[in-house]
Design a protein around this ligand. Structure first.
Ligand code: IPM
Ligand code: MN
Length: 371
């Protein structure tokens, strides 16, 4: 297959983890005879520095023309503590989601057996955890009207949802539940919010079209508690934009490292794939960041383009590195490998040219002399 992929490296560790994901795609192309072409585009703080805008028009246009978008991370500390900043890196990502109509954000959460000890939860609680969060991504309070009074003493953010916005993401979540353990949990705040009551009504109506899926509901405050108390109860969670933002970060700690988790944002045209971690500026350029979240995002990209065997080969390679201790510092503080070496090992696993002990030693030696 020929596929054209836009690569947005972004800020902080974005470029270094994305570089490993691109190498993995190249390894897949080599092993399975595909041709992937890449177009590098700007977004985030680096785009503000170079063009004055967090999302240049060229980037939007390239994404619209592409088959898929691979994205690293966004954000820079120089904007975080300045509430008066007029332009922010995050605006770029929000605007890109809107421009590409990426209305569904999908975040799988699972716990690797080899990493149970890293989770803040007890092993018996995380055994068998395997769920997916469907977060609505282009509506709700994120995109409603915002006001700030002239005297600067009052402000508002409006939360609006339409039937169409709820239905389209709900259908995706129902269909995914059908392919899994057939359970869908809607997370809302229907005891307080009108928009949540609309979500419940519409999702309940749609349930008639999916009789094989069991639908249940949780208020978001209770859901936040259940994700910690009994995360294995979940199969597919469906929720609105801001609740999804919060509970997906909460759920991400179950696996033991934020660096492991991928995500996909899909909608009407080209979809976007990114690790869920942020730009981790302290680690920038040090070759220590975990590339697995980015690499598994590339696997989700392959699945989305119907290359399922290829996606599975990437996941198998990742699993192998984890079980064999070829991991970055966040996973093993005493015995760890650089970002680029983990990427290298995964590529070799995919192209069936495994690296032996001496090869690995030489690679590490070469790196240490370069650094
Ligand atoms: C995420 C991020 C974004 C969000 C930020 C960077 C705007 O936290 O993708 O979850 O809030 O959606
Ligand atoms: Mn978030």
């Amino acid at each position: 297959m020929n596929k054209h992929i836009v690569v947005i490296e972004g800020d902080g560790i974005g470029p270094e983890v994305t570089a490993q994901a691109v190498r993995v795609l190249d390894a897949v192309a080599e092993q399975y005879n595909h041709e992937f072409t890449y177009e590098y585009c700007l977004m985030g703080a680096c785009a503000i520095d170079q063009t004055g805008h967090p999302l240049p028009n060229d980037t939007i246009e390239a994404c619209l023309r592409s088959d898929a978008v691979l994205f690293g991370a966004i954000g820079d500390p120089k904007y975080d503590n300045d509430p008066s900043a007029k332009v922010r890196p995050e605006q770029g990502l929000l605007q890109l989601r809107k421009s590409l109509q990426l209305f569904a954000n999908i975040r799988p959460v699972s716990a690797y057996d080899a990493l149970h000890h890293l989770s803040p939860l007890k092993t018996e609680r995380i055994k068998g955890v395997d769920f997916i969060i469907y977060r609505e991504l282009t509506g709700g309070i994120y995109f409603g009207e915002k006001t700030l009074s002239e005297d600067g003493n009052s402000a508002s953010d409006n939360c609006v949802y339409s039937r169409e916005e709820i239905e389209r993401v709900a259908h995706l979540a129902f269909r995914h539940a059908q392919q899994r353990r057939k359970k869908l949990t809607l997370v809302d705040k229907a005891n307080v919010l009108e928009t949540s009551r609309l979500w419940r009504k519409i999702v309940q109506e749609l349930a008639a079209q999916y009789p094989d899926v069991t639908l249940d509901y949780l208020f978001v405050d209770n859901a936040a508690m259940q994700i910690i108390l009994n995360p294995a109860q979940f199969d597919v969670i469906l929720t609105e934009n801001m609740f999804g933002d919060i509970i997906s970060d909460e759920a991400s700690v179950i696996s033991g490292s934020l660096g492991l988790l991928p995500s996909a944002s899909i909608g009407k045209g080209a979809a976007l794939f990114e690790p869920i971690h942020g730009s981790y500026p302290q680690a920038k350029g040090l070759d220590i960041a975990n590339p697995i979240g980015a690499i598994l995002s590339a696997a989700m990209l392959l699945d989305h383009l119907d290359m399922h065997t290829e996606a599975q080969a990437v996941r198998d390679a990742v699993q192998w590195t984890m079980t064999n201790g070829k991991v970055t510092k966040d996973i093993n503080a005493t015995n760890h490998y650089p970002t680029s070496v983990v990427g290298d090992i995964i590529c070799r696993h995919i192209t069936r040219k495994p690296i032996d002990k001496d090869g690995l030693k030489n690679l590490m030696l070469r790196l240490s002399t370069i650094i």
